[in-house]
Ligand binder design. Structure first.
Ligand code: KE4
Length: 412
């Protein structure tokens, strides 16, 4: 397998050393094939928000297995998950399930263009919307980690319609609209950036994008593949009170099985085949196992006190990390929202991708290795966010903070 992995960021290229080969996961833990246990803050990149292999999800899957693994036909389960998503996410009146976040973002871009009749799209530097050709322009996540702002194999003609702006820079977006009148189908962004490290929207940024897109007859699209059901049960749009026209989702709504989704205003979604002319399809879309895992996961998340618990756990973690870096005189800037956190080894706050790239990624690599040796599994890149779960106990957080204290002391 190229690089020995099924997805580049897992290869540890940017932090060095050999990747850990997982044997099993449970709750907040992962064990490697040698039996070493790690407290896991990647959570399979987001889906494990209730903890890995939650007993109720496993039980529900075992029951579903008896009825078959894939139907290729309508089933009640996809309707139930659709109802739960529609009920939870403010912008979603209709939803289509696919099998990954990449597929969801590919489809939503086609829908943006179909609905507006315009070809151009604005994305932000450092945001990652999956690996479809038209998004591989100054993308984040593994693309940034591997320094592939524009991957080979992507024709210039494909990305000619992809315009980029720095995150948190409304003026730059305003200029793009002025330079491309009536040509921009919409703006797509991560409402909280988790693919350039962890960058939060500055006050007024999301609201400003809502106004700018509406004024220009363009669509506002939130890529909530990572933030959906993590920043709150209604996603980042619910927490920040800004309603996009379309939303992409993934990760958590699959509960650890392959699911992506896109949804939004009914008048737009009505264009999607077979209701309308915009074609998109998928053999395994809406399959009963993935729907089952998603339904059970959302039922668990909907319970009283979930997000208060996630907020408290994560705030204690990030403030402890910052305190221990300060005690060792290591420059750090970090923050968290609900069950998502991140930090950079630098002085000031990081507002965009350029500033993220200027941070001490070399020191991050040393920290990553040191933490791994102490049994703490952080994302193997400075350009990823961290994820907590309902399974991370106070003892897990205490053990993690001790490891950070010791690692920062060694590094200083
Ligand atoms: P997938 O195709 O990997 O399911 O989703 C793509 C995607 C789209 N949008 C956002 C905001 C995302 O975060 C992602 C995927 N996230 C990365 C983690 N940074 C997946 C990890 C990987 O590539 O292995």
């Amino acid at each position: 397998m190229p690089g020995g992995v099924s997805s580049p960021v897992r290869a540890f290229k940017s932090v060095g050393g050999e990747p850990i080969v997982f044997d099993r996961v449970k709750g907040p833990y992962a064990w490697d094939v040698d039996g070493n246990r790690f407290i896991d803050y990647v959570g399979t990149w987001g889906p494990a928000i209730c903890g890995h292999a939650h007993p109720e999800v496993i039980t529900a899957l075992n029951e579903a297995l008896e009825k078959g693994t894939s139907f290729g036909a309508p089933c009640q389960l996809e309707n139930k998950l659709a109802e739960m998503v529609i009920e939870a996410v403010p912008s979603v009146e209709m939803v289509r399930f696919v099998n990954s976040g990449t597929e969801a973002c590919m489809a939503v871009l086609r829908l943006m263009r179909a609905f507006t009749g315009r070809d151009k799209v604005i994305k932000f530097e450092g945001c990652y919307h999956g690996h479809a050709d038209m998004f591989l322009v100054k993308a984040g996540s593994g693309v940034a980690t591997l320094g592939l702002p524009d991957s080979p194999g992507v024709p210039r003609s494909t990305t000619a319609n992809t315009l980029t702006a720095p995150y948190n820079d409304l003026e730059a977006v305003k200029e793009l609209f002025a330079e491309n009148p009536d040509a921009i189908s919409g703006v797509i962004l991560e409402p909280v950036v988790g693919n350039a490290g962890f960058i939060t929207p500055e006050p007024g940024f999301l609201e400003g994008l809502r106004e700018l897109t509406s004024e220009n007859g363009a669509l506002l699209v939130f890529d909530e593949v990572m933030t959906g059901f993590r920043i709150s049960y209604g996603g980042a749009q619910s927490r920040f009170g800004v309603t996009p026209d379309l939303t992409t989702m993934g990760k958590v709504i699959g509960g650890g099985l392959p699911v992506g989704a896109y949804g939004g205003r009914a008048e737009i979604m009505a264009m999607v085949a077979p209701a309308g002319p915009m074609y998109q399809a998928g053999t395994l879309s809406g399959n009963p196992l993935a729907m089952t895992a998603g339904i059970k996961t959302l039922e668990l998340l909907k319970q009283e006190g979930t997000y208060e618990r996630l907020e408290a756990t994560t705030q204690r973690l990030i403030s402890g990390i910052i305190t221990s870096a300060n005690e060792s005189g290591i420059p750090i800037s970090g923050s968290s929202i609900s069950a998502m956190f991140g930090f950079y080894l630098c002085d000031g706050p990081v507002r965009n991708f350029e500033e993220a790239k200027a941070t001490d990624t070399e020191l991050f690599s040393k920290l990553h290795r040191s933490m791994l040796e102490k049994g703490i599994y952080l994302a193997p890149s400075a350009f990823e966010a961290g994820f907590t779960s309902l399974a991370h106990s106070d003892d897990d957080i205490d053990a993690t903070l001790k490891a950070f204290r010791d690692s920062f002391a060694e590094l200083s």
